[in-house]
Design a protein around this ligand. Structure first.
Ligand SMILES: NC(=O)c1ccc[n+]([C@@H]2O[C@H](COP(=O)([O-])OP(=O)(O)OC[C@H]3O[C@@H](n4cnc5c(N)ncnc54)[C@H](OP(=O)(O)O)[C@@H]3O)[C@@H](O)[C@H]2O)c1
Length: 334
């Protein structure tokens, strides 16, 4: 039986990885060690019928593992991924730290799962950001039938995208609002309850944030470097699911029906035809699909479409991607 080290097992994405492995029949039979920092050490995680205690990362000898999945953030990835790979243990990393490294394949499973084979270069595979992954999943089938020139994205990102502390902040701030109790902000720079924050991550000198830059660069790396991409990222007071308003300009003509037909061929996308209906953030929560609705012509350009996507950010673009990559790696290469 193969052994997996799951770093960040008690976090949002780590817990979802366990949940998906528990429910997924196609995943190979493995033993999983839940790993964390001091904070979650000893916490119990239910894995394949057993309650396993989270182990401190500094006690782990990665040479005893066949694969490590890191869902622990960039700092932990920077500090510990090299320890794993130097011990001969390949790593699937959910953080942004290695994503733009030319020697690290950036894999969005519905689009370029075959790139997993390049894991040998650095023993690291990165999974993409929780906007870049669902958007690439939707753009790839469209790009095949009509090459895309330009994409404009306005995101509506839930608090779970910022980790479990951010979810707690929304919950406690909302409670404090109703009970008029004081609440000290810890995660977001302004109140997130009953508010909308048009800035995620640090701001770069060109005015774009780290999040906006990541999204554009990752879509280009996975799909096509020649596509022009502009992004406005917004945090909204929703617990789970990211939604995106998508404007796509193509190099030639494409009708909404042709686009819907192409999207329907993807097993990872669900399209709604009824123009009076749509998918909300809550509709997508708990689902593996990327949901597309309100697909129509963009009247402001010659060959343009507008649509709305909703996807569960803890699944597509996080845990589901990591599990699919790990499954492919384990069954084909390890
Ligand atoms: N949430 C999303 O939608 C999403 C989407 C795509 C990618 N990601 C990426 O996935 C990663 C995890 O995100 P998340 O939302 O799950 O965050 P989270 O809820 O804050 O969980 C982070 C986990 O990492 C562990 N951790 C942090 N530093 C560690 C260290 N030095 N050593 C060992 N464990 C450490 C934490 O353990 P302790 O509690 O013990 O500190 C915690 O269990 C991040 O890189 C994030 O960018 C997240």
């Amino acid at each position: 039986m193969k052994k997996i080290a799951l770093v960040g097992a008690a976090g949002n994405v780590g817990r979802k990885i366990v949940e998906i492995i528990n429910e997924r029949d196609s995943f190979p039979d493995v033993s999983i060690t839940p790993i964390g920092s001091m904070r979650s050490q000893g916490e119990k995680i239910h894995i394949k019928g057993h309650d396993l205690a989270v182990v401190h990362i500094d006690t782990i000898d990665f040479s005893h593992y066949d694969l490590a999945i890191f869902a622990a953030g960039s700092k932990a990835a920077q500090d510990y991924v090299p320890k794993a790979t130097q011990a001969g243990c390949p790593v699937v990393d959910c953080s942004s730290f290695y994503r733009m490294d030319p020697k690290v394949p950036l894999v969005v499973p519905p689009v370029n799962l075959k790139d997993v084979e390049r894991y040998t270069e650095k023993k690291i595979i990165s999974s993409a950001n929780c906007i870049a992954s669902p958007i690439t999943t939707v753009l790839a089938p469209l790009h095949q039938i009509a090459p895309i020139d330009r994409v404009v994205l306005s995101t509506y990102q839930s608090v779970s995208g910022a980790g479990k502390d951010a979810m707690n902040e929304l919950m406690h701030q909302t409670k404090a609002f109703y009970t008029t109790m004081p609440y000290q902000r810890k995660v977001f720079p302004k109140d997130i309850a009953f508010n909308v924050l048009p800035m995620i991550d640090v701001v770069h000198p060109n005015g774009n944030t780290g999040e906006e830059t990541k999204i554009a660069l990752e879509i280009k790396k996975v799909l096509d470097r020649n596509i022009s991409i502009a992004v406005q990222s917004v945090r909204v007071p929703v617990f789970i699911s990211h939604c995106v308003s998508v404007f796509v300009e193509f190099s030639g003509a494409i009708t909404p029906d042709q686009a819907k037909d192409a999207l329907r061929l993807s097993p990872h996308v669900t399209v709604i035809d009824d123009m009076k209906n749509y998918y909300s953030a809550l509709d997508a929560a708990g689902e593996d699909q990327v949901f597309v609705s309100r697909l129509r012509y963009d009247p402001s350009v010659e060959n343009g479409l507008i649509f709305w996507t909703a996807s569960d950010n803890l699944r597509r673009g996080a845990a589901l991607d990591a599990v699919e990559i790990a499954e492919h790696l384990l069954t084909k290469y390890l």
